[in-house]
Design a protein around this ligand. Structure first.
Ligand code: BGC
Length: 854
């Protein structure tokens, strides 16, 4: 039987409202017949458009122009090589498609704030709506500068948090569409709260505010259709009431919320809203994000009860919120909730690591039972303290908030510590996919650090469906690229000036995200359109890097990128040196290797796009950089790093193929002895960590790779697991064995997060080497399954959902027998590499191979 699965519109299974005039339809097929593939596919829209193709690929809509505000139904028909057919349908709706807004941006014109480092008062808008006719459809389109949530007749509208989402607001602002037909009555109270959020509130660790507007504003339109065929548009305008004296007394992404639950939102001191003159003019487009939602419920245990205070432990570090069901409260009673990732030696919440973020909820109660859930903040935490109420009188429920991304990969092996490591990687990923890829969810950052997602991307794409999420972020990366090619270290850049101090600057490994993220997306999802759109920006970045390398040197030094180290991050958080400036001093090595890597990847990308001249030119340049690294940094005789030996300094040239075969052998030997001297502990920072195990295992030292991977002494991956970590930390040795934070002495000012995915980039080694699934052709159209055995691991099982369907791999070693089973998705081909050195090619279907390890 042929069947169609996951028919998506614009890369998501959620109901879509899109402003893309050429939406993309994706799907995969499954068949019980082996060696099968799609030989015909057609897409029909109920507007009469028809498209066909003769192989399986996404459909980019190319039919009749789509009408705005219109629901459509699409029917996909596929036929396979055996003559079977299948059909599936999907509905979607168009948004405004550039229809001018009738609504105007409105604000509280009586309100202004000039205070620094804080967020503004929340604006609460109100409008009464009365309908005499029967409504057949009602759609509310809304956005804001600030973050908003809608309360219609006492109920929250929609499941999402922190709308309109986080974009580079100067360029892009998303609007959300809500179907409110079933919520509307004859008389309605529409209340919309707008907090400062990212656009107006205090953000980034310097706590700058008013980045995009001097105060919040709201833009909305309610479009109603009646059963008599007439239509009405109710826009945001000066008929709305507004006040800043509503239930929210404070709301800030980092600091939390202070609310007065005794306030009657219909009886606030409202006055008329005014029109706002907005000084930025972003393109306002239907939401193209994976919105932030409640992903799962987290139930805590009570750790300790004290007079007036209860300490709870969720047993899992995560990003999200707590909600409180409060019983028997008295008006005037105040409840305070603090959040923390770790405890101090005294058993109290360690709040110092949050730096300036207060991460506090303060709730002023009304009489009786009530429920409270924050809307304008989220925290990264495992522990909370609740003051001002006895535990018997309150139910505390945690909700993990994260972007709504399907989890597409799984991993399990015979070593429980590695399974826990994989668990920790997933939790740090989920905790940091918060509409943008962030660094951490707890302290005063939560920013779109480019370097972090650049190295974590491949692991993320194996475990989660990242396409829509990262394409959204890349849109901002492109817009924020500096005119000369550099990329801000955080996107959205959001007032975080570095490297704008040197406007032409490019920063290795961090800026590289503009090349590495599209490259890894392309390998995982084979989306050529995205690659084409990004290509000019990637080229511009690479040219900037070349420029910065060139101007500081002569001769072969023109290929050594050595701008002053304080402008780079170097071997960021390398545990073998406990000084930020020392990490940065390694930037000559990391930056030169980065230049090699980006030019090599861009050369590959150019070939994928048929730009062969570019490809050729780039690889020639790239090889010169590689040679310069070897000539200048390594001793010809011994292959040793001349100035200082450090793991990253060997890992990068080995993994990025920068050395001649002889030098490579020497460098590998040097790396191995450096690791042995270090008792198999890790010494790499962000740049080397994703690749060190590959540099070993792919070059005849899988034994060393496994010894490192399985090491439980700090610094190592499994030290974290040994001492009870539930997420990946920013530093390998960030926590002491007693669970408290290791005091930071590296000059970063208490920089230790316990929920940072970057060093979890080792996940990709688990999937591609231990489990053994490697991409040979973009989108896994051809893939290799070649497990790297070792470390006493006796079984391993993994799945990943590719654009052609799920790959499933399971292997086990029983005595001297190795058995491997692989599910090869329809339309793909797998090369299976066995421990006896044999390779076999299999078409789609189920494969089992057994070989003797004797
Ligand atoms: C962030 C990192 C980031 C780094 C850049 C930190 O404060 O949390 O993950 O990449 O700064 O150096």
């Amino acid at each position: 039987m042929l069947s169609i699965h996951d028919l998506t519109v614009e890369g998501t299974l959620r109901p879509v409202v899109t402003d893309n005039p050429a939406p993309v339809f994706g799907y995969y097929c499954e068949s019980d017949k082996p060696n099968n593939k799609v030989v015909y596919a057609s897409l029909d829209l109920d507007n009469g458009s028809h498209q066909e193709m003769t192989e399986k690929s996404d459909f980019v809509y190319a039919g009749k122009a789509l009408e705005p505000f219109t629901p459509y139904k699409a029917t996909l028909t596929v036929k396979d090589a055996q003559g079977e057919t299948a059909t599936a349908t999907v509905s979607f709706e168009t948004g405004r498609l550039a229809t001018p807004w009738v609504g105007k941006p409105i604000t509280d014109t009586t309100y202004s704030f000039t205070e620094k480092k804080v967020s503004p008062q929340v604006m609460t808008f109100h409008k009464s709506l009365d309908f005499a006719k029967k409504i057949v459809s009602a759609k509310l389109y809304a956005t804001a500068l600030g973050t908003y949530w809608i309360n219609l007749n006492g109920k929250k509208v929609g499941p999402c948090y922190l709308a309109p989402g986080f974009t580079s607001y100067r360029y892009h602002l998303m609007y959300q569409t809500y179907d409110v037909k079933d919520l509307l009555q004859a008389h309605n109270d529409l209340v919309i709260h707008v907090a400062g959020g990212w656009a107006v509130g205090s953000f980034v660790f310097t706590r700058v505010n008013r980045q995009y507007a001097k105060r919040q504003c709201l833009l909305m339109e309610l479009r109603v259709q009646y059963d008599d065929g007439s239509q009405e548009v109710i826009p945001s305008d000066t008929s709305f009431d507004v006040t800043t004296k509503g239930p929210y007394q404070m709301a800030d992404i980092y600091d939390g919320e202070t609310v007065d639950l005794a306030q009657d939102i219909l009886a606030l001191p409202y006055h008329k809203a005014g029109l706002e003159k907005v000084s930025i003019h972003p393109e306002i487009v239907a939401d193209y994000s994976c919105p932030i939602v409640r992903n799962r419920e987290m139930i805590p245990v009570i750790l300790r009860k004290e007079a007036g205070k209860t300490l709870y432990d969720f047993k899992q570090n995560f990003s999200g919120i707590v909600t409180l069901r409060i019983h028997h409260a008295k008006k005037g009673q105040t409840i305070v909730v603090h959040h923390a990732e770790v405890l101090t030696k005294e058993g109290e919440l360690n709040l110092s690591l949050l730096r300036s973020a207060k991460a506090t909820l303060t709730i002023h109660c009304q009489d009786g039972d009530q429920e409270y859930a924050p809307e304008f903040t989220y925290m990264g935490f495992r522990y909370i303290s609740v003051e001002g109420i006895a535990p018997e009188d309150v139910e505390v429920i945690g909700y993990h908030l994260t972007s709504d991304l399907p989890e597409t990969g799984s991993f399990h092996c015979s070593n429980e510590m590695l399974n826990q490591l994989d668990h920790n990687i997933r939790w740090s990923a989920r905790s940091n996919f918060m509409d943008i890829p962030t660094d951490c969810p707890q302290r005063d950052e939560r920013m779109g650090w480019t370097g972090d997602v650049s190295i974590f991307g491949p692991t993320a794409c194996y475990d989660f469906q990242m396409k829509r999420f990262l394409i959204k972020w890349l849109k901002d990366v492109r817009s924020e690229q500096l005119p000369t090619g550099g990329v801000p270290n955080t996107v959205p850049c959001h007032g975080y000036k570095f490297p704008a101090t040197m406007p032409k600057m490019a920063v290795d490994f961090w800026g590289d995200a503009i090349v590495t993220v599209p490259y890894c997306l392309y390998l995982s999802y084979a989306d050529k359109g995205m690659l084409e759109r990004m290509y000019p920006a990637m080229m511009k970045y690479v040219n900037a890097c070349k420029f910065w390398a060139r101007i500081w040197g002569v001769g072969e030094y023109r290929y050594i990128w050595h701008t002053p180290s304080m402008l780079h991050f170097g071997d960021w958080v390398a545990p073998d040196i406990d000084k930020m400036s020392a990490w940065q001093k390694r930037s000559m090595y990391t930056a030169t290797a980065s230049l090699r890597r980006t030019t090599m990847l861009l050369s590959k990308i150019a070939s994928y796009l048929g730009k062969n001249e570019d490809a050729d030119r780039l690889i020639k340049y790239s090889d010169k950089v590689a040679k310069a690294y070897s000539d200048i940094f390594l001793d010809k005789e011994t292959g040793k790093l001349k100035k200082q030996e450090f793991q990253t300094g060997y890992v990068l040239p080995i993994h990025f193929e920068m050395l001649t075969p002889e030098m490579r052998t020497k460098a590998i030997d040097n790396l191995v002895s450096l690791i042995e001297k270090n008792n198999y502990k890790i010494g790499t920072g962000f740049p080397g960590t994703p690749y060190i195990l590959y540099a070993l295992a792919d070059n005849g030292h899988s034994d060393v790779a496994y010894k490192m991977l399985l090491n439980t002494e700090a610094p190592s991956w499994l030290y974290n697991v040994k001492v009870g970590g539930t997420t990946i930390w920013e530093k390998f040795d960030g926590q002491l064995a007693d669970g408290t934070a290791r005091p930071s002495t590296d000059g970063t000012g208490n920089m230790i997060s316990f929920n940072h995915y970057a060093l979890g980039s080792v996940g990709n080694f688990l999937y591609t080497r231990m489990a053994g699934v490697r991409i040979l052709e973009p989108g896994y159209r051809r893939f290799l399954v070649k497990p790297v055995l070792g470390g006493g691991i006796t079984s391993c099982e993994t799945t990943t959902l590719t654009p052609n369907g799920p790959i499933h791999v399971a292997w086990k070693v029983e005595g001297k027998t190795f058995t491997l089973t692989v599910h090869v998705p329809m339309g793909t081909e797998s090369v299976i590499g066995l421990p006896n050195g044999k390779e076999k090619v299999y078409p789609s279907g189920d494969v089992t191979e057994t070989v003797s390890l004797a």
